[in-house]
Design a protein around this ligand. Structure first.
Ligand SMILES: Nc1ncnc2c1ncn2[C@@H]1O[C@H](COP(=O)(O)OP(=O)(O)O)[C@@H](O)[C@H]1O
Ligand SMILES: [Mg+2]
Length: 396
């Protein structure tokens, strides 16, 4: 046992002078490795601990100024990082166990004889256990900080990839807004024209149409603002079809212009999902844009979106009639920075970000593909088990 070189400072808090003497003698026999300080009240001990460091405390629970487990609570909360060994009567097994549960490192039954070896072992083990405990807490803390940093970096990455794809979509989105604006212009000019030529025509249908088109453009610009916002960790219970609807808001017009035919086959009354709506929309946006790119050279351009329930999962499928993915590239498509697109067109981050978003939601993102025939991307998300399907239209 006499291997350590530094002295272990022990504070013995014990009002029984005889017992204190026995302990002192036992430790003396062990040599100069221990320094023992003896105090006999809680008050004097707390005062001492406030000033001086010790390595371990031997604590009798019944002192003149405190009794029972309360004694331990007082000392432990004053110096939580110092190991405490509780000294108990021979018949106090219950108290001893409770003391360990409440933070004591060990307990020793007081007998007429002090078992030196057991005492020394307990002292060493208590110090060692406390050291390991502290190290564990320290590395747990470090791990937590790292985890938080990782989450933060990931959410910043998600946000910047989304903004990059919004940038890439900018021309397309301008079309989404220009199309209603152009229609408004035609109708307004028509009204001006009939007015100037004095043709008595009911202006109401045109005015109503203008109001409807302004509403349409407003929905798009409002949604663009919501979608561009940093979503971080805002989860809500929603209907999957609403998210699909939102995703198409920004693309209908441009897909149409590229002669892509869209079919939506959305199951009604699906159970809700619990999700970050903006992030799931981001996933769908990535899949829609990939489908669009894959069909650039296709003769038949069909983009089919389906939603349905399969067991406990709500499934969204985005299918295209594009070029498909070769077996050799398939294992790489979810890797970050893997892209087959020319520089400036693709970041190679769409699928890898989408994969991690879906995984974060407890779901799966998979693909089935056939070269020169097309691909089907599948997003599976756990359904919320509840009868109340809250539909969140609040994103619009
Ligand atoms: N629907 C699809 N059809 C064919 N290939 C696809 C499809 N979706 C993704 N891919 C392939 O996976 C690659 C990675 O996609 P993604 O991570 O979204 O990055 P990016 O679109 O920027 O290239 C694409 O470059 C393409 O080769
Ligand atoms: Mg992409």
């Amino acid at each position: 046992m006499k291997t350590g070189v530094e002295t272990i400072r022990i504070l013995l808090i014990e009002d029984d002078a005889d017992y204190a003497f026995l302990i002192l003698r036992a430790l003396k026999r062990e040599g100069a490795l221990f320094e023992l300080i003896h105090l006999d009240t809680l008050h004097s001990s707390l005062k001492f601990l406030d000033q001086e460091p010790v390595d371990v405390i031997l604590l009798d629970l019944s002192l003149p100024d405190t009794q029972g487990l309360e004694t331990l609570t007082h000392v432990h909360s004053a110096v939580p990082e110092i190991p405490i060994i509780v000294l108990t009567g021979l018949d106090d097994a219950d108290i001893a166990l409770m003391a360990v549960k409440q933070g004591a490192q060990d307990y020793l039954a007081k007998g007429a004889l002090v078992q030196t070896e057991a005492l020394v072992r307990s002292i060493r083990y208590s110090i060692e256990r406390m050291r390991i405990l502290k190290e564990l807490q320290h590395s747990e803390q470090k791990y937590r900080v790292l985890y938080e940093e990782l989450k933060e970096t990931q959410s910043r990455l998600i946000q910047s990839v989304k903004l990059a794809s919004l940038g890439e979509m900018a021309t397309g989105i301008a079309h989404e807004i220009n199309q209603p604006l152009a229609s408004i212009l035609i109708r307004a000019e028509g009204l001006i024209d009939s007015w100037e030529r004095g043709i008595p025509k009911d202006p109401m249908p045109k005015l109503k149409e203008i109001v409807r088109l302004v509403g349409k453009a407003t929905v798009i610009t409002n949604h663009l603002r919501v979608f561009g916002r940093d979503a971080k960790t805002h989860y809500q219970t929603t209907d999957v079809n609403t998210v699909i609807h939102n995703a198409f808001l920004l693309f209908n017009e441009q897909l149409h212009r590229q002669n892509i035919h869209i079919t939506q086959d959305l199951a009604p009354n699906l159970p809700s999902i619990h999700c970050n709506m903006i992030q799931i929309e981001q996933v769908l946006t990535n899949l829609i844009l990939n489908a669009r790119d894959a069909m650039a050279e296709s003769v038949v351009k069909e983009l089919r979106v389906r939603s349905f329930l399969q067991e406990q999962e709500v499934v969204i499928e985005v299918a295209d009639t594009g070029r498909g993915i070769s077996q050799s590239k398939l294992p790489q498509i979810f890797d970050p920075f893997f892209t087959t697109k020319e520089v400036g067109k693709g970041t190679g981050l769409g699928l890898s970000i989408s994969y991690s978003i879906v995984q974060e939601h407890g779901g799966h993102l998979t693909v089935e593909t056939q070269e020169n025939r097309g691909s089907v991307f599948r997003v599976e998300l756990p359904a919320v088990r509840s009868n109340s399907n809250v539909s969140a239209q609040e994103m619009l």
